[in-house]
Design a protein around this ligand. Structure first.
Ligand SMILES: CC(C)(COP(=O)(O)OP(=O)(O)OC[C@H]1O[C@@H](n2cnc3c(N)ncnc32)[C@H](O)[C@@H]1OP(=O)(O)O)[C@@H](O)C(=O)NCCC(=O)NCCSC(=O)CCC(=O)O
Length: 343
């Protein structure tokens, strides 16, 4: 069965809503709220329609929403997102872990105190997020297609993206849907439970968090053990996402989500494996793969016409021969240009 990644459209609202209801909460980029999702789709439609790359210094934060579709049934099975430049409209806050080592000669003791500082260091970065694959499709490689299609999209529209990319992994949530990190840190300044804050966040955005967040450093030693042990720990369902980010070269560099303490991973854009290895070539021929064919992710099209799928390709002179299923899924033939990266 062939699946293809394509640009999201207004008609995908119900599909996104159905998937958002399956996330189990705390999934900032995919809230189960039709109004918030409609706003996302409108923002994405504007981004896909904007053919001007613009000046990177004055660029807005544009959002691209992509959809995974079953080519045969046209069913929507997953989604993912790319933000071109975070922190342009509102500050983009993170917690950054800092260490202060102090020594007392009289006591003969050295103490290392770790603290969380509220920072906007990651402002101006691009972001990948909102990665969701229908539970019935997991563990078959489609999560990887979704995640990596974004890196081909970035390689194909490089001028729109920053030199650093971040990804925020959802933090730990307990059996009651609460967040131990929220309860131990931010929750003390908001008078709301994590679930209430999560709901408010989905409807109104997270500016209220930045507004009320304590601005002084938080000493980790003063936090309850439950909050402390949640720092930098991804939600169990996000482990596959974390693993894929690591494979691409992303690393956790001491930044955390101010809301749930989940790890923020970062990478230099041009060093992200699927971006660095992406190549653009013409399609010379469409033919069934033989034993010399290799498995690849292949993408084509600009902005709203972007499409990406798994394919089998064979080097052919200055170009590649493409297998017929992929050619059909991408809607291309000999003479068209593709971007590809090994699977
Ligand atoms: C994240 C996806 C889309 C991943 O899809 P799949 O589960 O099908 O992935 P997969 O192909 O089985 O696995 C991908 C890679 O992760 C590894 N892997 C799988 N499960 C793992 C686990 N429990 N611990 C460690 N590694 C694990 C696999 O071996 C494989 O790596 P190898 O190839 O090396 O063997 C899905 O799990 C999902 O929808 N999860 C629920 C929503 C979610 O938590 N989304 C992430 C939110 S965080 C976010 O959106 C930001 C991050 C981002 O956007 O990229």
């Amino acid at each position: 069965m062939t699946h293809v990644i394509r640009a999201a459209r207004a008609a995908d609202l119900e599909h996104l809503y159905e998937m958002a209801k399956l996330t189990g909460g705390g999934f900032t980029n995919l809230p189960p709220d039709r109004r918030a999702l409609t706003a996302k789709l409108e923002r994405a439609a504007a981004a896909f329609a904007n053919s001007e790359e613009g000046d990177p210094e004055t660029q807005k934060d544009e959002l691209f929403v992509l959809i995974l579709e079953d080519v045969a049934t046209r069913e929507v099975r997953g989604t993912c997102q790319i933000f071109t430049r975070v922190g342009q409209t509102w500050p983009f806050y993170s917690y950054r872990m800092a260490t202060l080592t102090q020594h007392s000669k009289e006591l003969g003791r050295t103490f290392r105190a770790e603290m969380l500082n509220l920072v906007t260091d990651l402002e101006g970065s691009s972001e990948v997020g909102g990665l969701f694959l229908h539970p019935g499709e997991r563990a078959g490689g489609l999560g990887m297609l979704l995640a990596r299609s974004r890196y081909l999209f970035i390689a194909m529209h490089r001028g729109r993206f920053a030199d650093r990319i971040l990804a925020e992994l959802r933090g730990v949530i307990d059996e009651r849907g609460g967040s131990p990190f929220w309860d131990g840190v931010a929750g003390r300044f908001f008078g709301m439970s994590f679930q209430e804050a999560d709901y408010f966040n989905a409807i109104n955005g997270n500016q209220f968090i930045a507004d009320l967040m304590p601005k002084h450093p938080v000493y980790i030693a003063m936090l309850p053990e439950t909050a402390r042990s949640a720092i930098g720990l991804p939600h169990p369902s996000g482990r596959a996402a974390m693993r894929m980010l690591e494979t691409e070269g992303f690393a956790a560099e001491g930044y955390f989500d101010i809301f749930d303490g989940g790890p923020t991973m970062t990478a230099r854009t041009d060093r992200v494996r699927s971006i660095a290895d992406a190549k653009t070539v013409p399609v010379t021929e469409v033919r069934p793969p033989d034993e010399t064919a290799t498995r690849a992710l292949v993408a084509t099209g600009r902005l709203a016409d972007f499409r990406c799928c798994f394919a089998r390709i064979t080097p052919d002179g200055a170009g590649v021969a493409l297998d017929p299923d992929a050619a059909k899924a991408l809607g291309i033939g000999p003479g068209d240009t593709v971007w590809h990266v090994a699977r």
